[in-house]
Design a protein around this ligand. Structure first.
Ligand code: IVH
Length: 667
């Protein structure tokens, strides 16, 4: 390669890597897998070494990615949080070993551990108490996410045993596969884009502003690195065992190795066994055990000399793309699915792969008949990674996203800022109608016993139901005649519909199937606005004043009520006796001392948990709000209050009070 060619290639690689860094760290929507990213990075580093005249302090090779975000206080790391260099072959591990042996004559041991594929965290403990949790950020400083991390049950808030007075411990926060799958199906239910993989879901969750939602997401954490000045042992492995006795979750699958062969055995063993683990792993980390020797060897600019990551190669096969079909969800979102020539991958026959949305098809530049690479990573559902361009037939047709709904032929729309295409024919498109009915009767919504998707299908085919209100017009004679239905089952369905009149308002609201109104949002709306009339008449500002509700959700609610057919639906359901307001029962200790006050709480408190404090405010008639506006009556400030909130409150001259002062307001 001559100088000019190198310059061109370097500038191309830098652009590409910057783009992928942004997709990964900022947008949380990676377009390429780690392996491809690392290959591009390795090529860039190689060229930059070969042609030092093109070096650049701002090249993507010079930095570790950043996950810093605006809303959290940023704090400097006491010890830099560097990443590891990645390898993919045993030869590279051999080279790593040789590099170390050139730097030291002493005999030493290695430790092999699993490389957990989540989001990294650094925890500080002082006198046995968790005092701070910080994300990696740019390696120098990270986001203070202490209040969110405190919700993770496997992270001890108070240590046991004989721990050092002050130390840091680092590890990985993960979302177990089972929780990830449940979370994604819930998101798809309400029309939200699912997370691409458990890692994105974990990092997205950790950055949520509301720690009660973080708590409900059931994150988990494995710790793998103890740092400090007065640690009880020299050995990294031994320190981890100590950490285990202090109450940390340490992987059981960590092993000391003396030889390269033992390391390779560990790699082979876990390449398969990792598939049985409840959380995602993407490789093995090999570290020198002695922390004294670690210190002697030190770091290069980006990573330690005493450790290396071996990345598992995701299983990948090549197969033919036969066609693309399109599925219509309950909310009208269209999901493209690739139909593949059946192929064996990681033990199962793969025939289909999700393509997510039109952007994915475009970025892959898919053509019909393409030979595509399919991979099964942590995400379980196979996906197309890339196209073998060399084998593409010159006459092949590009895959063009459909313009009309495959089910009802309505022109599709794409909303601003969203990646999905929608069929807007909410009330006339069969899968949307059936999907809405299925959602309405589901366990978490109206919980109509005896009614399932098969019966819904039959009722739809017989033209007996076209919307959720029609369910309440059903008669015994309508149902009894359906296939495989007897009088007993039919009566059970009618009874269950009848008792659904007792279902609390928040669940009825969820059952309506308004886009983005999931269980949590419905609960918050119902508790705050109390009745369907209040919600229907709320302005955008009133809706966004409710905790958890942003512009996107508020707009979706307003649009839903703007539709006459939806309002008619509510009228009919009301006539059938469904609950459309919060039933208020007098609670013990209830007063109206905070009536008319909009209160925002920020930080952590001594006497109350955040949720209890909010419940206390409600008990005394106050309203909890999540964002500060000129209308906010008080900001109740706890420890570690968010700096942006504090600044805004001061700017708007909102009175800032303590937990005790709030108590005084209610005597
Ligand atoms: S040790 C200085 N051990 O992988 C090295 N890292 O690319 C400190 N990771 O940022 C890291 N499992 O988020 C270490 N058993 C393990 C790991 C691990 C996952 C992550 C960690 C780190 C990244 C390095």
């Amino acid at each position: 390669m001559n100088q000019q060619e190198a310059a061109n290639r370097i500038s191309h690689l830098r652009e590409e890597l910057e783009k992928h860094n942004y997709n990964y760290y900022v947008l949380n929507i990676p377009e390429i897998d780690d392996y491809t990213f690392d290959q591009l990075m390795a090529e860039l580093i190689g060229l930059e070494t070969q042609f030092p005249e093109f070096s650049d302090a701002n090249s993507p090779s010079q930095r570790v990615g950043s996950d810093l975000s605006q809303e959290f206080k940023q704090v400097a790391h006491k010890y830099q949080m560097l990443s590891l260099s990645n390898t993919y072959t045993e030869e590279e591990i051999q080279e790593f070993d040789q590099r170390i042996r050139k730097l030291t004559d002493e005999t030493f041991e290695y430790v092999c551990e699993l490389k957990f594929d989540g989001t990294s965290i650094s925890l500080t403990y002082e006198n046995g108490l968790l005092t701070r949790a910080v994300t990696r950020g740019d390696g120098e400083k990270g986001d203070d996410v202490t209040s969110n991390v405190k919700t993770i049950k496997s992270i001890p808030l108070r240590l046991k045993g004989d721990y050092p007075a002050e130390f840091e411990i680092r590890g990985e926060i993960l979302l177990p596969f089972s929780v990830f799958e449940a979370l994604n199906s819930e998101r798809e239910e309400i029309g939200e884009q699912p997370f691409a993989n458990p890692r994105n879901a974990a990092s997205g969750t950790l950055k949520l502003q509301n720690s009660s939602i973080v708590s409900s997401r059931k994150l988990d954490a494995y710790l793998y690195y103890v740092l400090g000045d007065n640690l009880p042992d020299d050995g990294h492995y031994e320190l981890l065992q100590h950490a285990k006795s202090w109450g940390f979750k340490i992987s059981e699958h960590t092993r000391k190795c003396q030889t390269l062969q033992e390391i390779f055995d560990f790699l082979h063993e876990w390449n398969t066994k990792r598939k049985d683990l409840p959380v995602a792993t993407d490789g093995v980390v090999i570290k020198i055990n002695s922390t004294r020797l670690q210190q002697e060897l030190g770091f290069t600019a980006k990573s330690p000399r005493w450790a290396i990551a071996y990345k598992f190669k995701a299983e990948r096969v090549s197969t033919r793309l036969n066609s693309v079909s399109y599925q219509v969800g309950r909310t009208g979102a269209i999901t493209p699915v690739a139909n593949l020539e059946p192929v064996l991958l990681a033990g199962t026959v793969v025939k289909r792969a999700t393509l997510h949305n039109a952007d994915v098809i475009k970025s892959l530049d898919l053509h019909l008949g393409d030979q595509v690479y399919v991979e099964k990573g942590g995400e379980i559902i196979p996906k197309i990674i890339s196209v073998d361009m060399a084998s593409r037939h010159p006459m092949s047709e590009p895959v063009l996203f459909i313009e009309r709904c495959p089910e009802c032929n309505t022109q599709l729309i794409r909303l601003d800022g969203e990646s999905a295409n929608y069929c807007p024919n909410e009330t006339g498109c069969p899968p949307q109608i059936k999907g809405k009915l299925e959602h309405f009767i589901s366990r978490k919504a109206m919980n109509i016993d005896g009614l399932g998707s098969e019966t819904i299908e039959l009722l739809f085919q017989k033209n007996l139901v076209r919307n959720i209100a029609d369910l309440y017009d059903l008669k015994l004679t309508d149902i009894v005649d359906l296939d495989r239905m007897g009088e007993k089952s039919a009566t059970r369905i009618l009874d269950s519909l009848s008792t659904s009149r007792e279902v609390p308002f928040e669940r009825v609201l969820f059952a309506l199937g308004i886009r983005y109104v999931g269980e949590t949002v419905a609960k918050k709306l119902a508790r705050e606005l109390k009745s369907i009339e209040q919600i229907e008449n709320a302005t955008l500002e009133q809706l966004t004043g409710v905790e958890e509700i942003g512009g996107k959700i508020a707009e979706s609610i307003i649009n839903w009520f703007a539709n006459d057919q939806n309002r008619l639906l509510i009228e009919r359901l009301k006539n059938h006796g469904l609950l459309f307001e919060v039933k208020t029962e007098q609670k013990e200790g209830q007063t109206e001392k905070l009536k008319g006050l909009s209160i925002i709480i920020s930080g952590t408190f001594e006497k109350f948990s955040r949720d209890d404090l909010k419940a206390f405010i409600e008990l005394h008639g106050g309203k909890n709000v999540s964002s500060i506006s000129a209308k906010t009556s008080y900001l109740v400030a706890g420890d570690n209050i968010g700096p942006s909130k504090l600044e805004k409150a001061q700017k708007l001259k909102i009175p800032i009070i303590s937990e005790d002062e709030l108590l005084q307001l209610t005597n």
